[in-house]
Design a protein around this ligand. Sequence first.
Ligand SMILES: Nc1ncnc2c1ncn2[C@@H]1O[C@H](COP(=O)(O)OP(=O)(O)OP(=O)(O)O)[C@@H](O)[C@H]1O
Length: 762
Amino acid sequence: MNTLFFQLLSVITVLRWVNQKLIVNHMYKKRPFYRQKNSMDCGITCLRMICKYYGKRIAASTLLNIVEVENVGISMAGIKKTGESIGLDVQGFRLTELDQLKLLSKDLPFIVHWNRKHFVTVYSLGKRSIVIGDPAKGILRVSYKEFYKKAFKTDRGSAQAPAANILTLEPTEAFEKIQDDKSQRLPKIDFIKKHLRDKKFYFVVIFLGLLALMSIQFVLPFLTKNVVDVGIKNGDLDMIKYLLMGQFFLIISKAIFEASRNYIIQHLSVRINYSLLANFIEKLFKLTVPFFEKRKIGDLLQRIKDHQRVEFFLTKSLLNVSISILTVMVFSTVLFIFNKIFFFLFLGATVLYVSWIMIFLPTRKKIDWERFEVGSRNQTILVQAISGIQDLKIYGAFPYLLSKWKSNQKDYIKNAFKTLKITQIQETGASYIYQLSQIVILFFSARLIIMNQLTIGSMLSIQFIIGQLISPVQQLLMSVIFGVEAKLSFDRIFDLWDAPEENHQDNKIEDFESKIAFKNVRFKHGGHQSSFILNDVNIEIRKGETIAIVGSSGSGKTTILKLLLGYYSDYNGSISIDNRELNSLNIESWRKKCGVVLQDNYIFSDTLAKNIALSEKFDMNKIREAVRIADLDQYVKTLPLKYNTVIGDDGMGLSQGQKQRILIARAVYKQPEILLLDEATNALDSETETNIINNLNGHASKKTVVLIAHRLSTVKHANKIYVFKDGMIGESGSHDELINSGGIYYNLVQRQLNQSTYAISQ
Ligand SMILES: Nc1ncnc2c1ncn2[C@@H]1O[C@H](COP(=O)(O)OP(=O)(O)OP(=O)(O)O)[C@@H](O)[C@H]1O
């Protein structure tokens, strides 16, 4: 029953494949396809498909450098702007009737907003269906009904009829002139070479072992033939003994060679895996902050898993390929020498077998991408569940997360079944081909023996040779499948390799001499549709001064510090250090000068001392001094192992105030020239806060300090206070000046006074 089911499935799958591949391929030859590398890249990927259609291979990173993709992906306006910047004439259309689609048939291919959250490329408009390139799924054929359902939507809150938003893109002369990013393949090959370079020795040893194995394999059929055709025929038992002893010796040697080879391969795979991962992690550390803000954690973890597949392919599969190719070559030659008829019979069966397996490759690719996406979502849900455990408990929100996990798990199971189904169909078909070829070969052997054209010894040897050929052919094909999967993993890893790194120019800052200046700075997160969160900001911070920034929540205060730390380089206006533009400086050398406490700083799972020094080696005197300034000495006395007590996730729990004081100690330990403090003391009682501020004043008397605080008592001694309102500077001046002017700051102070949380000490 089971077999019958898979037989039926096999037939259906083949017919579907023929329909999809042959018919669609024939009708629409030119429909390039790229798969989106993450859920936010659909618009960019559609644009790449259009570029490829017009003959240009453009890397995703090239387009991403032009447009800033928002956390939710690129917008229609973003696609238009990016398309125009590479020389495409982009026109937007809003269709209210499905029939209007025909009017755009001369503008094919075009991009359609899909389901209000995705983009697809339309390649052709047929009589009954439409061929689209869906960056998440592949080239698909959809009915007009489905197209209408997905593309024609009503704007939120609008009473208007549903409409489809479409962008047509035509190449202009400027497009012809832009550079093709052909180079994409080269770095990948360099990358592989780099990881294999110092392992040449092992590969050579394995290869020599292989040659020895092959020679043994080559001799074995001839021994069998002689045992039967000479030894048995002549009744020469001594000869049979010698031949069998020889065979025994060869089989033992073969086993030894195989065991050694497996050992070396294991050794190699561990080393390759290590170097691949080490490279990945190093690269990860060099990427920009916005990269991490836009990626889901599950996506990154899933890419780490991808390394295992690449390593598996580079070690086991690649070697298996060489072993299999060699075996096939040796035994095909032997078969050809033995009997040409059987050689061609086997060749025919192999061609059939290979074609059968190849049919399924495109579907396997699709399933693999689905598996990646489901896996990535799964990782994200689990990480969120563990990080947000407290909120889930407080709000009894497990059902919410559990239903999310369950629904994702359903997709996971569906995907696993798809893989199982396709593997079963593949294997059932392959086994038929194999059995059939065996029957045909047996029939021909029997016929030739009856006709006295073949000896029984030769027949046994041919059976042996074919037996030896089948497994390497199968392995070769499995390696092709692994190769395709490894390529998908490799592409995903390389997508990260394309991401921009933080600048590390030679232009280092040796000394901070005079001032930091923000001039007409405007900044926004995300793409074209988002609005500026900082507008025309002008700030001057002179060396040795304390500058404070206050203002309502969300007014852009933290963003000022992040810009100053070089997290974001795509601001308008100028941010300069001693009159040198921040973007042109070596950002690491600048950060070395800054001691920073941000609201989302992290406590690592390590000892208190290492959490302060953030290094394996540290100066204990400096640590004690930092702890004193951060008013932590009493706390340290209570710790079981004092400075060696493990804190963070795996260790002692911390209160918010303790965490803040450790972060202050960390910033002080660095002995920075500039201290940047964002709400660094807001969790502390006012007595501890005063102690720390006094300590800092003593310690930081010559330092430059930028201070953000809601509690106005913290900022009143600053040389200058900037009051932010909606991303702009509402007013600035000293505490006294601002109080006297009776403006926003004055009102803030009044409000805090009314809440009895602040007392102005005149
Ligand atoms: N990574 C980000 N992506 C998109 N928007 C962001 C990002 N970080 C901050 N924002 C937005 O930028 C604006 C300014 O944020 P910022 O953290 O600078 O405010 P803030 O004045 O420091 O607020 P608070 O006093 O609450 O800490 C906010 O509207 C916030 O939602």
